[in-house]
Write a protein of this length. Structure first.
Length: 116
């Protein structure tokens, strides 16, 4: 049985990735060395990897489903309003029925929060 899909997100430096996941989104660091950090919040995990070579090749868009999008939006807006995506900086009901908002970091990694 499959339980989770855990993305590996590449950055020029770990600090750049941890700014998004820890400082903006409130993830906690579960493991860290000089090139890798495992971050987690509420069962959602990601591997943040320092690799300028792969960071230049891949700027992902990641979706995280939530059960309380309004509380999450309020938290992120209070913590780091400047990281709200210019095209997704408010909660919107999408044509497919989900409520969504997004954040965008300085390297253009996009995280979309979705509640069905």
């Amino acid at each position: 049985m499959m339980l989770r899909l855990i993305p590996k997100v590449f950055y020029d430096t770990l600090e750049e990735g941890l700014d998004l996941f820890v400082n903006c989104l409130g993830f906690e660091i579960r493991y860290r060395d000089e090139d890798l950090a495992v971050v987690e919040r509420d069962g959602a995990k990601a591997y943040v990897v320092a690799s300028p070579e792969y960071a230049a090749k891949d700027r992902p868009e990641i979706a995280i489903e939530t059960e309380n999008i309004h509380a999450l939006y309020d938290e992120i807006k209070a913590r780091r309003p400047g990281m709200l995506h210019p095209n997704g900086n408010v909660i919107q009901k999408k044509p497919w029925g989900a409520l969504e908002f997004a954040v965008l970091d300085t390297s253009t990694v996009c995280v979309i929060f979705r509640q069905w």
